[in-house]
Ligand binder design. Structure first.
Ligand code: GH3
Ligand code: MG
Ligand code: MG
Ligand code: MG
Length: 323
């Protein structure tokens, strides 16, 4: 953390430096020209840190004058926050204007008044400090905002997942079914829905306990996920031991094939269920419904119809499907 004085006059440099040091500013760097200043700041940029808090810059210097040097410093993004105070003997109006437009924040007249110099230096340093703190707070705030956004997205994703099975939950299912039924109507495509219920699941729980019951639900969900191959198909846990599958752009023939495959795959998993009256492994009953563009169905109609078909499957002895 330092104050840098740029002046081609060595005497001037020494006088200001001595005064600043006796006033308590321990780190004062002096350079004789704008070029030396550039070298200094470049050495900082190589190390990735800037240890300059303030630059006191003589306006009138040979080669590169103070105004140009100031403009050059301000052009470098990592230096733009360093306040520059111009030091000059002549207070010509056009110089003032040029210096301010080059990014200088203040002026000190030579020969300088000690109290005035100190007041201007300390005020510039305070401002720099505040700017730095404000920027740090802004960065912190941005980071917090980003984290909040991420947490929000995580929550959003979680709020659409069933906690037990990890597939879509009822909330997501409702939303998707509504969206897909609107799309089907708009694009005149068929939309199918399968409702699927585990047979004699109460007996399963009674036989094996609820923990095993939960495992069974997870396994059925994972079979649904594995068996459905199109990315648009959405398996969901409708509630309890009931699942639903949305099949966008799928007609009755296609939906029936998929429903048969699901029934078969669950049967083939051979999840033991010795107390099931219809097999000694876990089976499911299914209801399949398709809405066609000419008679598009609302989500409610689709669910009702699939439920009725599912009920028939139960009634006819389970481990089967109905349309
Ligand atoms: P049906 O063949 O007619 O469908 O008979 P069922 O026994 O499967 O149907 P019922 O509706 O009588 O029982 C469903 C059972 O599912 C009762 C309930 O305890 C169980 N169940 C619902 N949700 C869960 C769950 O999250 N975990 C476990 N282990 N069991 C559940
Ligand atoms: Mg039931
Ligand atoms: Mg059941
Ligand atoms: Mg049920």
């Amino acid at each position: 953390m330092a104050i840098v004085i740029v002046d081609d006059s060595t005497l001037s440099l020494e006088v200001i430096k001595a005064f600043l040091i006796t006033s308590g500013y321990s780190e004062v760097i002096t350079v004789n020209s704008a070029r030396e200043l550039y070298e200094l700041v470049d050495s900082y940029s190589d190390r990735g840190i800037v240890e300059i808090d303030l630059i006191l810059m003589e306006i009138i210097m040979p080669d590169i004058d103070g105004i140009e040097a100031c403009r050059n410093v301000k052009k470098r993004e990592w230096l733009a926050d360093i306040p520059v105070i111009m030091v000059t003997t002549t207070m010509k109006k056009e110089n003032l204007q040029l210096a301010f437009s080059a990014g200088a924040m203040d002026f000190i007249k030579k020969p300088f008044d000690r109290m005035e110099l100190l007041a201007r230096v300390s005020s510039a340093l305070r401002l720099k400090h505040e700017t730095g703190r404000r920027k740090a707070r802004e960065i912190e705030l941005l980071e917090v905002t980003r984290q909040l956004q991420e947490a929000n997205e995580r929550l959003q994703r979680l709020s659409f997942l069933d906690g037990l099975t990890g597939i879509a939950n009822r909330r997501f299912f409702d939303q998707e079914l509504l969206q897909e039924s609107r799309r089907a109507k708009r694009e005149k495509t068929p939309l199918s829905l399968i409702m699927l219920d585990i047979d004699y699941f109460k007996a399963f729980n009674d036989t094996y306990g609820h923990i095993k019951g939960d495992d069974c639900l997870r396994e059925v969900a994972s079979i649904l996920k594995k068996t459905l191959k199109r990315p648009g198909d959405i398996p969901a846990r409708y509630g309890g031991e009931e699942f639903a599958v949305i099949l966008p752009n799928t007609d009755d023939v296609g939906a029936e094939i998929i429903a048969k495959e699901l029934r078969y795959c669950i049967e083939q998993a051979r999840i033991a269920h010795i107390n099931s009256p219809c097999a000694d492994y876990v089976t499911v009953s299914l209801g399949v419904v398709t809405g066609f563009s000419e008679q598009a169905k609302t989500p409610k109609e689709l669910i009702l119809a699939a439920d009725r078909a599912l009920y028939r499957s139960k009634h006819e002895g389970r481990n089967r499907l109905n349309v």
